[in-house]
Design a protein around this ligand. Structure first.
Ligand code: FCB
Length: 459
């Protein structure tokens, strides 16, 4: 008997995003993207790396789908590039942009792989930033128009759709901390962007249902983490509550409960655009599933000296880290069971989970990424446990199908289960984790094993 077997029909997949893999930045009518601009500003991206070529999926898509087929992947989450589809942001459609995705989608379907696209994974035509980007309320309507064009065109073949990927990163990291495009540091703009992203989502859901050629499954993807306070002190617990409002509830509450959390306005000084209350019913437009991206947990300590955020995230000692974050599989279980307690979840997809570790091609052309296998196994086991306790998780997507452009960290981080040899003709090599994952898919589960021993540490 297999220890961890998943419900029949559980959807296994892998995920990518347009700007991170496609390249082909100036081909076939694609306009300049916000990220093309952002990555060219010195200091914004590690090593000055750009997404001009990335993993060159724009030219390798056929080979990439063949690899997915080889792995037996049932589903593939990718994103559409707004600058390819509507190069001016809100004007005419670019036929060649649609063509690229037509070919991709048809190839996926022929290979028996379910396309599970995201409409917006952070890239939009740069011209839209000249008129305010997400601080401009009209952006929500332009996004909904873009969404309905894609649904009109593809809903004969695609039933599962994600509107927006991680509005937190766009709003808070993009408009408040300046770490992703557009690189602003303005709390007022952040509150506006937060609201308009949510409004754009709600308007899009409505427009998509109208444009659909068959009933669709529509959801939004949030990056959520379980929040823990660094100590039982009141100050740390209050800080953790604020962090929870800022990362999780600022999106979950308007989507599911028709309101913003009070901590946002009271403790964190967010001023949402005037008349925002009127939009809350639109934002709460019912969806079919919630997409969750999860990588780690947040351990929070109070920091009263910081008036913008009265909290710090700490790295717990004696824990294990990737080249990005703490590896903490139980955090995903804690998160899922908490969400079930607090929100009326119909269905959940883990739309991203994975890890960046140091890996490379060995002399025999293998990539022995056993730490990634360990990570995936332990996180997926957490999902298994949550399902056993009644959380309606319907599928899981590993981030990422292939190594790619990790935003402000450029090519310095590798998240793929497929290695991309950027220097050698963009050669693809299946990592050990890809083979392991393929086996999990085939068996619809796995037996728990120890794949990786921590390096010996003397003390
Ligand atoms: C998420 C993003 C995804 C990728 C992973 C590592 O925040 O959605 O594009 O960069 O992190």
């Amino acid at each position: 008997m297999m220890e961890k077997s998943f419900p029949e029909g559980f959807l296994w997949g892998a995920a990518t995003a347009a700007y991170q893999i496609e390249g082909g930045f100036n081909e076939d009518g694609r306009s300049t993207a916000n990220w093309d601009v952002f990555c060219r500003i010195p200091g914004n991206v590690y090593h000055g790396d750009t997404g001009d070529v990335a993993s060159d999926h724009y030219h390798h898509w056929k080979e990439d789908v063949a690899l997915m087929k080889e792995l037996g992947l049932p589903a593939y989450r990718f994103s559409f590039a707004w600058p390819r589809i509507i190069p001016t942001g809100k004007g005419p459609v670019n036929r060649k942009g649609l063509d690229f995705y037509d070919h991709l989608v048809d190839e996926l379907l022929e290979s028996n792989i379910k396309p599970f696209p995201t409409l917006y994974h952070w890239d939009h035509p740069a011209v839209l930033d000249e008129i305010g980007g997400w601080t401009n309320r009209e952006m929500s309507a332009w996004f909904a128009d873009y969404a309905s064009i894609l649904v009109e065109h593809f809903s004969d073949r695609i039933t599962n759709w994600i509107t927006i990927n991680e509005p937190f990163v766009v709003a808070m990291i993009g408009y408040q901390l300046g770490g992703v495009a557009p690189g602003m540091k303005d709390v007022k703009a952040t509150a506006a962007a937060t609201h308009h992203l949510l409004l754009g989502h709600g308007l899009a859901v409505k427009a998509m249902r109208q444009a659909a050629k068959q009933p669709l499954q529509i959801g939004i993807t949030l990056n959520l983490s379980n929040i823990e306070s660094a100590s039982p002190s009141q100050a740390d617990r209050d800080a953790a509550r604020c962090r929870d409002a800022y990362l999780n509830r600022v999106f979950l509450d308007p989507l599911f409960n028709g309101k913003y959390p009070v901590e946002m306005t009271e403790n964190l000084g967010f001023v949402f655009p005037e008349g925002f209350e009127k939009d809350l019913p639109v934002i709460g437009e019912p969806t079919d599933f919630l997409g969750i991206n999860n990588y780690t947990r947040d351990v929070v300590k109070a920091n009263p000296a910081n008036d913008l955020f009265p909290f710090d995230l700490i790295q717990p000692e004696e824990s294990t880290f990737s080249t990005m974050w703490e590896m903490y599989p139980k955090g995903l279980y804690d998160l899922l069971t908490r969400l079930k307690r607090d929100y009326p979840l119909k269905a959940v997809y883990i739309t991203e989970n994975g890890t960046a570790i140091t890996d490379g091609i060995d002399a025999d052309n293998r990539v022995r990424d056993s730490r990634r296998i360990q990570f995936l196994q332990d996180y997926i086991a957490s999902v298994h446990q949550a399902i056993k306790e009644g959380v309606p998780v319907k599928g899981y997507f590993v981030w990422s199908l292939m190594d790619n452009y990790e935003w402000s960290l450029g090519y310095s981080r590798r998240f793929g289960i497929i290695f991309v040899d950027y220097e050698n003709g963009q050669r693809r090599v299946l990592k050990d984790s890809a083979r392991w994952y393929s086996d999990v898919i085939r068996r619809n589960g796995f037996d728990m094993k120890k794949y990786y021993a921590e390096p010996f540490q003397s003390n």
